[in-house]
Design a protein around this ligand. Structure first.
Ligand code: MN
Length: 424
């Protein structure tokens, strides 16, 4: 077991039992504290820890690393130190905060400099996203969409069981949790309309996804095998892949998603390392037909991470509309990465790969309004008496996720985004 993952560890920082960030998590993010510059940080309980200050005070001296990475406004350079080093940093943080370690615990001056209440901190984009790829890897989601738009008897297209279908998305519009999103405008052509028209999307949707962040680059021509993939995946975030269904439906033939997707995606601010998620690994589904050799894999490559989506109307209370799980993936992240690089396409540190909408087997576990309201035919009742087929102006969409096992909870916090009216 990775030492920092030991469920028996306790911190001298108080962590409530339903908190996502016990000492066994130690995620990484970019925090802006007061009027200071953005810095690399971690969090235990509700306490944000400025790693640049800890480094300045000498707490990482024994690691012999380039500590300039802690003063940057993105994790790219930190991730680029390599897993052996980032793992050593996580281990060291774990040691500093264990309940029986007095070195920082008993230093009031150092604590005042390095520790901050989460409410006093603004979280920024954790990484500079280089390229963004979106997969389509939940069998339940692909089956639902195929059933709705094509043919229930042939819901999956012929390639779906043979390769992890994906497309290249837009990196520039990936934003951190809390960033408001204007309803996009675009071309739409309702079924009964003769001609397309231009205007605000009427069918604005979320997609419940998880994103993994690449922490190691490859050279052009190089492939990453499924057994090497974990070394390239630094960690995961919650990912809301906002989608305008009416724009998407009209534009997507034959080259796939474009403006119906590229207006925004939102991510949670704390990157939970693959190491921290080790407890929650589970085996995959039987893949039938058998996959080609480059997609075969060994070991537990899926993760049991409970996910939920809530909609909060303007001035109202959040209402849960979906409970799903990251385990509902037919294609795992290692297979996605092996497929991504099998043609020799190179990876960059900071690449973001999203899972695709994660839908479970029951109607309350579907990961988009498109499926939850079954194309608008089954509206969702809200506590304030209103209904939702898709997302309204003023609605905030909240996604949360955590793994829980043997009394240990490792979570992601949340990703939120409020929809504002379209810009005139
Ligand atoms: Mn998507």
């Amino acid at each position: 077991m990775i030492a920092a993952n030991n469920p028996a560890l306790q911190s001298w920082i108080d962590v409530p039992s339903d908190n996502d960030f016990p000492i066994q998590n130690i995620p990484f993010g970019i925090a802006k504290i007061g009027r200071g510059q953005p810095r690399v940080a971690t969090i235990i309980g509700d306490t944000v820890i400025d790693l640049s200050v800890l480094s300045e005070l000498g707490y990482f001296k024994a690691l012999d690393i380039d500590t300039s990475v802690f003063y940057l406004s993105r994790l790219n350079e930190f991730m680029g130190l390599g897993k052996a080093t980032t793992r050593a940093v996580r281990d060291r943080i774990s040691k500093i905060f264990q309940h029986d370690n007095p070195e920082l615990q008993d230093n009031i001056d150092h604590k005042a400099q390095a520790l901050h209440d989460v409410n006093d901190v603004q979280m920024l984009m954790p990484v500079e996203v280089r390229d963004y790829t979106d997969f389509y890897s939940s069998r339940e989601h692909a089956t639902n969409v195929g059933t709705m738009f094509r043919d229930p008897d042939n819901a999956l297209l012929p390639n779906w069981l043979h390769l992890p279908v994906g497309y290249h998305g837009r990196a520039s519009s990936i934003v951190v949790s809390g960033t408001p999103i204007h309803r996009p405008k675009g071309q739409k052509k309702p079924k009964d309309a003769e001609k397309p028209s231009f205007g605000a999307s009427n069918l604005l949707d979320f997609e419940l996804e998880m994103g993994f962040i690449v922490g190691k680059s490859t050279q052009l021509g190089e492939r990453v095998s499924t057994s090497e993939a974990d070394d390239y995946i630094f960690g995961l975030v919650l990912f809301n892949d906002w989608s305008a269904r009416d724009i998407q439906a009209w534009e997507y033939v034959p080259l796939g998603p474009f403006l119906g997707k590229s207006f925004a995606s939102s991510v949670s601010p704390w990157v939970v390392t693959l190491d921290a998620l080790d407890h929650f690994r589970i085996s995959g589904p039987k893949q039938d037909p058998p996959v080609l050799p480059y997609l075969e894999y060994e070991g537990n490559k899926r993760f049991d991470i409970a996910l939920e989506v809530l909609i909060q109307p303007e001035g109202g209370t959040p209402h849960c509309v979906c409970k799903s799980n990251y385990k509902y993936m037919y294609w795992n992240a290692a297979q996605q990465l092996a497929h991504h690089t099998v043609n020799g396409c190179n990876l960059n540190i900071g690449d973001m790969c999203a899972s695709g909408t994660i839908s479970g087997t029951t109607p309350d576990s579907f990961g988009s309004m498109l499926e939850l309201s079954w194309r608008g035919t089954k509206p969702i009742a809200m506590p304030d008496g209103s209904e939702r087929k898709f997302i309204n102006d003023g609605d905030t969409v909240i996604m949360r996720g955590f793994g829980e096992k043997n009394g240990l909870r490792i979570g992601f916090g949340e990703v939120t985004g409020k929809i504002l009216s379209a810009i005139e």
